[in-house]
Design a protein around this ligand. Structure first.
Ligand SMILES: [Zn+2]
Length: 150
């Protein structure tokens, strides 16, 4: 099994709890300077500098996703689709657009679908100044999943 954690904060609890469990591969892509300030070691961590935009984000994600599948060959995946890498998130520190986040969802879900790996999607963090923006981002994740897997 693989956990693909795209919340902007490291999946430190997941990494810590599953550190000794070889049956679960933990991948976290997150802000290097963001909370938690003392990071745990996931099986794969990708740390992004403040202000990372769509292109650099999606390129790092693509590499991380490929390495995750290559190293873990999972029979099942959990995707944590954080809304907080968004550019106007109060706690995000990155500069990913809504379109970039939709592309992220598509990239993760299409890759898993192509590889025949079932996936459970979980909402993760989101702290937009206007709550409707956070809702938009979560909603487009659900929409993208429904369109791909219907
Ligand atoms: Zn978060």
């Amino acid at each position: 099994m693989a956990i693909i954690d795209c919340d902007v904060h490291q999946g430190n609890g997941t990494a810590s709890i599953l550190a000794g469990d070889d049956s679960v591969f933990t991948f976290s892509i997150h802000g290097a300077k963001n909370f938690p300030f003392r990071k745990e070691a996931s099986d794969l961590d990708m740390e992004l500098p403040d202000g990372t935009g769509d292109d650099a984000y999606l390129e790092a994600l693509e590499r991380g996703l490929a390495e995750t599948l290559d190293r873990s060959r999972p029979d099942f995946a959990v995707y944590l689709a954080g809304a907080d890498p968004w550019m106007d998130d109060r706690l995000g520190r990155l500069a990913v657009t809504k379109r970039g986040l939709q592309e992220r969802d598509r990239q993760v879900l299409e890759t898993l679908k192509r590889e025949g790996i079932p996936v459970a999607v979980a909402m993760a963090g989101g702290y937009g100044r206007v709550i409707a923006d956070t809702v938009d981002i979560h909603f487009q994740t659900v929409k993208t999943a429904v369109e791909l897997f219907r």
